[in-house]
Write a protein that binds this ligand. Structure first.
Ligand code: ZN
Length: 450
C-alpha cells in the first residue's frame, strides 16, 4: 500500500551520489582499484578504512564491523536513523544531510511542514489539501490509477485540487514530543486527517477535497487506489457532510446532473459536463444538495446513479423528494449494471456517450414533466460546428413525454481535432414536438484527456 513507485526509487538511486552523501558525513576517500573508493566507515569506530563505495554502481558497503551496505536510501536510513519512507522523502526534497551520523531524534533533518501551527481548522485542512495535491503530481501510482478510471485530466486535477496521501504528511509535521507538534497533530486528529494512532486517515487514497462555494475545504473524500486491509474503498472525514460536491458549478444552470459518487461526477466533468454534483452514495443525498439546487434555480435534475438495484432505489427516493419540491427528475439509463464512470470508460468518446445517455434520460414523475426541459447545456462537448440535425418527431402525449429529449437531441459531431479554437456557437434547431427553437451552446474548454 502506498509504496514508493519504482520510477521514483530508480531516479534517486541514479541521481543522488552515494559518494557525496558519505563525504558530507565526513568520509574522506582514497582510490582503491579501478572502480572503488575506500574510506573510514562513518557508522562504526573504524581504525582501518573499511568503507567501500563503488562509484560506477553507486553503492556502498562496510567490510568492517557494520557488514552493511546498499544504495543511497540505505545510507540515509542508517546515517539519519530514519525509516525507508522518510529517507526517500529527505532525498527527494534535497534536504541538507550534513552533520553528525546517528539516530538521535533531535538531530533528524527536518522536512518542511506543509501545515502551519496556530492556523484555524479550515486553513489547516486547506494546507493538507495543498500538500496532498502536490504529492499526487509526484506519485505515478496514483496518476496511473486516475488514468485507469479515465480521469487523468490536468484540468480536473487542478480544478478539484485532487490529491494523494502517500503517508508522508506525518514525517513532515513537527515531532509530537514538541509543543507545536503536539498541538498541530492534535488539531489534525480533531479534523480526522490523522487517526488517534498518528497515522494518516487517507493513506493510500486518492483524495478529493469537498469544498464549499467559496473554495474552502470542508471535508475530504478518499478513494483507495489499491487493496487496503480492513478498510472500505471509500472514506470521508468523520462528521456530517457539509457541502454538495461541485455545487458552485450549478450556478445559472437550469439542469443539474446528480451522480451517486464523486468519481462518477468527475467522469462527467472531464467529458465536458460541468453542471454535475454527486450524492455520497445511494443514500447520501443531503439537505446541502437540495439547498444548492434551489438556490441556483435548477429545475431539472438528471439522476445518474448506478444502474443497479441500489441505484434505482436511491434514484427513486431522490426523485420523490425533489418532485415534491417542484423539480422534474429524469433517470439516466446506463446499461444495466453500469455506473457513469464505467460507461464513460467503455463507450468512447465519453463526451459523446455521456451526452447521449443524458439526452435519453427518462422522466421519473407521474404524468408529464412540469415544463419543457432545456437540456441545451448537455451538448457542451465539442468545439466542432454542429449541423442542424433532424429533430425527433413524435405525436401526441407520448411525444410530450419526450419533449425534453427532442429539444435537446442535437447530433453533436465530436471532432478528433483539438486544435480548432473552441468557441461558443449557437445552433438553432427546430423541434416539431414543441415548435420552438432550442439554442445549443457549445461551451468552450472541453477537456482533452491525457
Ligand atoms: Zn562500518
Amino acid at each position: 500500500m502506498a509504496r514508493v513507485a519504482d520510477v521514483v526509487l530508480e531516479k534517486l538511486k541514479r541521481d543522488v551520489s552515494v559518494r557525496r552523501l558519505a563525504e558530507v558525513k565526513g568520509v574522506v576517500f582514497k582510490k582503491s582499484g579501478d572502480d572503488n573508493l575506500l574510506g573510514h566507515c562513518p557508522f562504526h569506530e573504524d581504525k582501518t578504512p573499511s568503507f567501500v563505495v563503488s562509484e560506477k554502481k553507486n553503492l556502498w558497503h562496510c567490510l568492517g564491523a557494520c557488514r552493511a551496505g546498499g544504495s543511497v536510501i540505505d545510507f540515509v536510513m542508517k546515517a539519519e536513523g530514519v525509516t525507508f519512507r522518510h529517507a526517500v522523502e529527505l532525498l527527494r526534497e534535497g534536504v541538507d544531510l550534513s552533520g553528525a551520523v546517528g539516530p538521535r531524534v533531535a538531530t533528524v533533518p527536518k522536512l518542511a511542514s506543509p501545515v502551519e501551527d496556530g492556523v484555524d481548522d479550515a486553513t489547516a485542512l486547506g494546507q493538507v489539501v495543498g500538500y496532498y495535491h502536490r504529492t499526487l503530481k509526484d506519485s505515478p501510482e496514483a496518476l496511473e490509477y486516475l488514468a485507469s478510471r479515465g480521469l487523468r485530466d490536468d484540468a480536473a486535477i487542478s480544478h478539484f485540487q485532487l490529491g494523494f496521501s502517500n503517508r508522508t504528511l506525518g514525517l513532515r509535521l513537527p515531532h509530537a514530543n514538541r509543543e507545536a507538534g503536539a498541538r498541530l497533530r492534535g488539531q489534525l486528529q480533531q479534523l480526522g486527517v490523522l487517526r488517534d494512532t498518528g497515522h494518516e486517515a487517507m493513506r493510500g487514497r486518492l483524495v478529493v477535497p469537498l469544498v464549499d462555494e467559496a473554495g474552502v475545504a470542508r471535508g475530504l473524500y478518499g478513494r483507495a487506489i489499491g487493496p487496503l486491509k480492513n478498510a472500505s474503498n471509500h472514506l470521508y472525514l468523520p462528521g456530517p457532510h457539509q457541502v454538495a460536491f461541485n455545487s458552485a458549478a450549478l450556478a445559472g444552470q437550469s439542469t443539474a446532473i446528480l451522480c451517486e459518487a464523486v468519481f462518477d461526477a468527475l467522469a462527467f466533468w472531464v467529458a465536458g459536463h460541468r453542471n454535475v454534483t454527486a450524492a455520497y452514495g445511494t443514500e447520501g443525498f443531503t439537505a446541502h444538495h437540495v439547498e444548492a439546487l434551489r438556490r441556483h434555480g435548477v429545475r431539472d435534475v438528471l439522476i445518474a446513479f448506478d444502474r443497479d438495484d441500489a441505484g434505482d432505489v436511491g434514484a427513486a427516493a431522490v426523485a420523490q423528494q425533489l418532485g415534491a419540491l417542484g423539480f422534474d427528475c429524469y433517470r439516466v439509463l446506463f446499461p444495466r449494471g453500469m455506473d457513469a464512470n464505467e460507461y464513460a470508460l467503455k463507450v468512447q468518446p465519453a463526451s459523446k456517450s455521456l451526452a447521449v445517455a443524458l439526452r435519453q434520460a427518462a422522466f421519473m414523475g407521474t404524468g408529464l414533466p412540469r415544463r419543457v426541459a432545456d437540456f441545451s447545456s448537455l451538448a457542451a462537448v465539442s468545439p466542432a460546428p454542429a449541423e442542424a440535425p433532424p429533430a425527433e418527431s413524435e405525436d401526441g402525449a407520448q411525444g410530450e413525454k419526450r419533449v425534453a429529449r427532442a429539444t435537446a437531441a442535437k447530433t453533436v459531431t465530436v471532432s478528433a481535432s483539438a486544435d480548432s479554437a473552441p468557441k461558443a456557437l449557437d445552433t438553432h434547431a427546430p423541434s416539431p414536438a414543441t415548435s420552438q427553437a432550442s439554442t445549443t451552446t457549445l461551451r468552450a474548454g472541453s477537456q482533452a484527456t491525457s
